[in-house]
Design a binder for this molecule. Sequence first.
Ligand code: ADP
Ligand code: ASP
Ligand code: MG
Length: 834
Amino acid sequence: MSAVPSNPLSRLQLHKFGGTSLADAGRIAAAARLAAPVADGASVVVVSAMRGVTDALVALAAVARGGGDWAPGWQALQARHHEAAHAIPGADTGTLIARLDAEAAALHADLGALAFATEDAALRVSERIWGHGELCSAWLMHAALGGEPAGWARLDAREVLVVHGSEIGMHVDREASLRCLAGWRARHPQAHVVATGFVARTPDGHATTLGRNGSDHSATLLADLFDADAVTIWTDVDGVLSADPRLVPDAVCLSALSYAEACELAYFGAKVLHPRTIVPLQARGIPLSIRNALAPSTRGTRIDALGEAARSPVKGLSIVDDMAVLELTGSGMAGVPGVAETLFAALHATGVSVTMISQGSSEHSICCVVRAPEAARGRAAIENAFADAIAGGQVEGVRLETGLCVLAAVGDGMVGSQGVAARLFDGLAQARVNIRAIAQGASERNISVAIAQDDATRALRAAHAAFWLSPQTVSVGVIGPGNVGRALLAQLSEVIPALRARAGVDLRLRAIASSRRMYLSDAALDPDTAGALLGDHADACDLDAFAAHVRADHLPHAMIVDCSASDAVAAKYEDWLAAGIHVVTPNKHAGSGDWTRYARIAEARVTGHSRFMYEATVGAGLPVIVTLRNLLDTGDTLHAIDGMLSGTLAWLFNSFDGSRPFSELVREARALGYTEPDPRDDLSGLDVARKLVILAREAGRTLSLADVDVESLVPEALREVPLDEFLQRLSELDAPMQARLDAARAQGRGLRHIARLEAGGDASVGVRALPADHACMHTRLTDNLVQFTTARYAENPLVVQGPGAGPQVTAAGVFGDVLAIAHALGARTGWRHA
Ligand code: ADP
Ligand code: ASP
Ligand code: MG
């Protein structure tokens, strides 16, 4: 068996596995496969306790210290380790169980001793207890790797890692540790080593730990001592992400970081790395990778001296919770030297560490951010240090504000890059987050702001959006996935990836609702499968909650697409638009309903800086409204609008040539699905009248449905009868309709169902006899046709014609509006580097 050579060219790899990666025997076995040494190389594997075990030990020690019954907890831990031991493939179970039981017996003795120990002794015993999980998981991993026969030794890091407390935290005695390691190596010459994370020893030989989450630090300390070529920390996420993924669902994995960036991120709370992890690597230039043990094919994050220039000058954002601000104010402080020095000396003397400092250039106040549990002590110390100045009135006193946290933006690229702070503050302002204090590190690698703890998640998401998201990122909610909604979702699913890649338009479907149910999601939903989420387990539909979710603070824009035909939904547009949510719809209720509501909607979109688009309300996907708008916006004057605005009625009159009775055609249209289930909804002309109202209002006319002279094709006697009876008596329509056709033909004309808006504002809907050269006489099937007669298009009117009904074309009209809004949101300007 060969010893681990100390030559750096020997390809010594160090792997560290966190608790999640060691949750059970299956995970441990998978981890063992990842840590297997490469040919001619050697491995050192550092392990945390199995998931949850350290928490359990900390709780158990507290119970034991308080004289409580710790036995059941102890048994549960032993059982958990036994269970894993029995399930590790190929392990020498007898030896493994004996080793685990020896650790369990030591734990048993320690727990028994705790209740009777002195304060000092109790702390020492507790430190031993806390580290029990690592002692066991190292035996489990050792067995999973094949144990001694496969060339693996198991190292209890308490034998070699010598640390002692110092003024600035834990300090490693490198020389003593190297000596211990050499001694241990002489006794354990195996090529490969499994070592316990988290635990260490004091110079006088007592067990200690490196602090919660300290196994990362153990790994890099051991990497230095073992002279490793590279370190891989395996965890349960893809690497270091741009923000804590539990708080920011859109966080992205960073491919590379410099040591300095990683240090700052870890210091400011990115839990994926213990804050001291980088230090041992930096001097020796040992590269570190953070990778996902559950997805080993992903590349993870590489951390080394170089890092990598990224698209955004900010690499990561993090939050340190539970902070407080101490503010010393007084007009007598300005220009007086030594004020800051006295303040920090006072804090230092009482052991309060300062996370952030800011001082106004007027020197009227100094403000520092400290950990909340230490704040009261800090305030007392400062008041004490400035007692004379306070008594003399030069200093007003020390204000303490709790309930805060610190948000830090970190990245090497911030150096010399203009506008980083502006973008951060802009993002926070958009989310209405109030900033209590600001500090920028002299390295310009970090900007930190103190904000209210309650704002933490909102602020983090907003700041993240400001740096990482396309300015054309839109949070989208779709209501009413009937035929049109379904078609829209299918169209979205086809186009969304290309839109993001090519145009920077990032449409994120985050909410979906029917009249009864809704499903809200933080992460973007797949439009293809989103409809299925509205099953019984979905929440009851609440339109206000739906809108509040869509209007997410962390995404730059919000849009609701209403594909329902509901007036109750239309009644909400006003509120939504005023709240800044864009609204797109094929629903005609708002455009043709109550005039005062229509006027309020128009106002709301001004106050909310939002857009309301409804192209698909008239002519489905045909560019009808946009054409009218363009005419008017470019200064043309509208004289009249004539149109065939119903696909159903268009088909009926295109087909009605007298060879078959009108009623037979209605029956056929119904069978083909061209009519509403009750054909009277089409024949009444009301739907066409609604569309005419929408067009008239678009042209600036104050028109309502009641103002339209609507001719219903349903005879008076059939209007109120049940549907069945209506269908039976349908032939009552035939004689009068045939008579009209004959009369028209006698004049060389034909019949069409026409909506008309006159120059004077008169509006009518009904059957007209038109000359053969009228544009409406040259339509096919269910074609819609809209003819605009204007000052410019006077002799020969402008005509928009084509299929104007059906889910696919209607959805396309809606989609066109969605895109028009997204494109109008504008691209953000690029970074200017000094
Ligand atoms: P391990 O048990 O492997 O040491 P930890 O739970 O200590 O794992 O750290 C990984 C967790 O850190 C992730 O699951 C994630 O929730 C959290 N985390 C917080 N901030 C970040 C960040 N910026 N990048 C990646 N993970 C983060
Ligand atoms: N097991 C220890 C803890 O839970 C150390 C670690 O996991 O890094 O804090
Ligand atoms: Mg960890």
